[in-house]
Design a protein around this ligand. Structure first.
Ligand SMILES: Nc1nc2c(ncn2[C@@H]2O[C@H](COP(=O)(O)OP(=O)(O)OP(=O)(O)O)[C@@H](O)[C@H]2O)c(=O)[nH]1
Length: 642
């Protein structure tokens, strides 16, 4: 769905005239005179929390209470606007909204930045944080502190932001805010008196949250007397107007017609439009120091509005603000059209999606079996799945995604290769290009520091799972009398595909997990081939730790045996290292006769069954002479260990 369409959807709901008795409102029909808001009456904050703890619900309530949207059920999660987000109930892309709030006879501009909750999108959380002076740290009154709460807390703490702990869902029957306050004191060292107990769903105490934003979060340190300086913290592509960049103004003022420069590219642009996000665009004459809003200046590609870039006036150059750490792709996979005739369509769909998501890296790729396609890099597996789902839903594209892999490194020993690559160390994102041991002095694999929070009854099972995934325990503490927090160092490769699902299932959904990058470590890695009837399948090549080669090979063959349907002939599925076969499974010959149960002569029913079978075949891909279902490439890595 395009940005413009969604904007129109919002527009239809607006303007609105609701108000709560506690706060006064300003409707969107009014023109907002931003010069009336000196810096000391501006607060920039974001909401951070573990997934599902209620960020979006609280954001909606804040929007309603300050009159930015109407109080109706339709407004549920106004800030979650992608179809995928609505279906999965997760926030993928952060959104911004400016609220006008009256407190003790003064009007304040509150800039709220909604953030995603999933570990894959923690990059979005960091960029939101850098535009703020404070955060609302939401914790579910029933679930208590979870892994993502801890990770998000540290992001805010390290950025020295004011942190307001908010305990949500106090309306739940088994809510235990006392216990959550104890956890907050113990884990974050924040006095329990600072916690605000609310129900975002019912609106209970949400007014106290607004008051705390004004009272406890400092105003931005910015002056209108300084030269104009703004940080780009998000950007969207609009097909009609080009790039819409979200900015936080750190100094001075900017108005329509001004000529601005992007510090990163050094390019000059003329400001065509600017204004506030409420959460739809509300054009204004100017934007002043301390404010957050959007700007349209004829940029044609989101790469021209890099996240973390600084904008300044052409005649008043300033020093660039310290940028963000760029998002690094940590999961790579091949993407191919189901049918080569769909190549062009898929190409334009990928181009359009990446226009709005600069964290996806795209490289052309081709394979013997799957034809021309791409190798894409994502922040994590959920990011990849969401991208894939958006391709299918929004662009009706049918794609084959190959098994995901992590970026390995190799230190080369061959002078010839070093010269060819221009460096001793190379990064490998495609297992098919994994260099042979004979030309390498050392392989390195990416590591992560994982945080797991769980009720202590599952500790034993979790420790076994972590050990199976080559995890090394770094720490284990009780955060209250029943819950433990464990820290493990893992090879990223071991947790990227199915670790989270397994952790959830063995803890009946109670354990939570988050991770941060922890650099690279030397590892004894080898390349494993998978053969179908003696033919190596490039898309199924996997890099494994030597000590795990046998068990991984066996599991992959079993998995393939389960996912490849029987064919007219016998199929041998083998795993090999070099020329040595280390595992084998056989798929017996068989042709499914879908008409077997269809007695008598009902021709329409027979036709229906045959048509269904033909449709099923369309979802298959022929490799050599074997029909392989498209899911097989990704399912093959999911292990069964519990
Ligand atoms: N009972 C109760 N349920 C709530 C409350 N606040 C939110 N919820 C429910 O909790 C679920 C998750 O809420 P969201 O607002 O989507 O959570 P979120 O933190 O934005 O989730 P992500 O965007 O996926 O990170 C929804 O079903 C909400 O209706 C509350 O105060 N009480």
């Amino acid at each position: 769905m395009t940005y413009t369409l969604l904007r129109h959807r919002w527009m239809k709901r607006l303007p609105v005239f609701s108000s709560s008795s506690m706060v006064s409102t300003q409707t969107d029909k009014d023109t907002i005179d931003l010069s009336k808001f000196p810096v000391d009456r501006i607060r920039n904050f974001c909401i951070i929390a573990h997934i599902d703890h209620g960020k979006s619900t609280l954001a909606d309530r804040l929007l309603e209470m300050t009159g930015a949207i109407a109080t109706t059920d339709k407004n549920k999660q106004v800030l979650d606007k992608l179809q995928v987000e609505r279906e999965r109930g997760i926030t993928v892309k952060a959104q911004t909204a400016t609220l006008i709030y009256s407190h003790q006879g003064q009007q304040y501009l509150l800039n709220l930045i909604d953030t995603p909750g999933h570990v894959d999108f923690s990059y979005e959380v960091s960029r939101s944080i850098s535009a703020c002076q404070g955060v609302l740290l939401i914790v579910d009154a029933n679930q208590g502190i979870q892994a993502q709460t801890v990770a998000n807390f540290y992001l805010a703490f390290e950025a020295q932001l004011a942190i307001i702990p908010v305990i949500n869902k106090i309306d739940l029957k088994n809510a235990d805010p006392e216990r959550v306050e104890t956890q907050i004191e113990k884990v974050f060292d924040i006095p329990r008196e600072e916690c605000i107990r609310i129900s975002a769903k019912l609106g209970t105490n949400v007014d106290k949250v607004l008051q705390a934003v004004v009272d406890r979060i400092p105003a931005p340190m910015a002056s209108t007397d300084d030269p104009f300086k703004a940080l780009v913290f998000d950007s969207n592509f609009d097909h009609y107007r080009g790039v819409v960049a979200n900015i936080a103004v750190f100094g001075g003022r900017v108005k329509k017609g001004d000529r601005i420069v992007s510090a990163y590219l050094g390019k000059t642009y003329e400001v065509n439009e600017l204004g506030l996000l409420r959460p739809h665009e509300h054009p204004t004459q100017k934007l002043f120091a301390g404010q957050v809003g959007y700007i349209i200046a004829g940029m044609k590609d989101v790469k021209e509005a890099q996240i973390g870039d600084t904008l300044y006036l052409q005649e008043q150059p300033v020093e660039a603000l310290p940028g963000f750490k760029p998002a690094k792709a940590m999961v790579f996979a091949g993407m191919y059209p189901m049918d080569q005739s769909e190549y062009q369509g898929l190409r334009s769909a990928i181009e359009r999606l990446t226009l709005n998501d600069s964290s996806v890296t795209v490289q052309r790729d081709s394979s013997m079996a799957l034809g021309a396609g791409w190798r894409l890099g994502f922040l994590g597996l959920l990011h990849m799945e969401v991208f894939n789902q958006r391709l299918e839903q929004e662009y009706n594209a049918s794609v084959i995604v190959t098994a995901p892999t992590v970026p390995y490194k190799a230190v080369l020993s061959s002078p010839k290769l070093i010269k060819e690559h221009g460096s001793e160390e190379i990064t490998i994102v495609n297992p098919a290009q994994f260099p042979d041991r004979s030309v390498v002095s050392e392989y390195l694999e990416p590591m992560v520091l994982g945080t797991i929070l769980s009720p202590d009854t599952y500790t034993g099972k979790i420790m076994t799972l972590c050990l199976n995934r080559r995890g090394i325990q770094k720490n284990m503490v009780y955060i209250d009398d029943q819950r433990v927090m464990m820290k493990y160092l893992f090879p990223l490769n071991e947790i990227v595909v199915d670790f989270y699902d397994l952790l959830k299932s063995l803890s009946s959904g109670y354990a939570s997990f988050d991770y941060e990058n922890a650099g690279y470590q030397a590892a004894d890695l080898i390349k494993m081939n998978i053969l179908l009837n003696g033919q190596p399948v490039e898309e199924l090549i996997t890099i494994v730790h030597r000590g795990r080669a046998y068990s991984t090979g066996k599991a992959m063959c079993e998995r393939l045996k389960d996912s490849i349907p029987r064919q007219m002939f016998e199929v041998a599925v083998q795993a090999s290292i070099g020329s040595k076969v280390i595992a084998r499974e056989t798929i017996k010959a068989y042709r499914k006769n879908v008409l077997a149960k269809c007695y008598g002569g009902d021709i329409t029913r027979k036709m229906k069954l045959l048509k269904k079978q033909a449709e099923g075949k369309k979802k298959m891909r022929r490799i050599g002479n074997v029909e392989v279902p498209k899911d097989a490439f990704i399912n093959v890595l999911k292990r069964k260990d519990k």
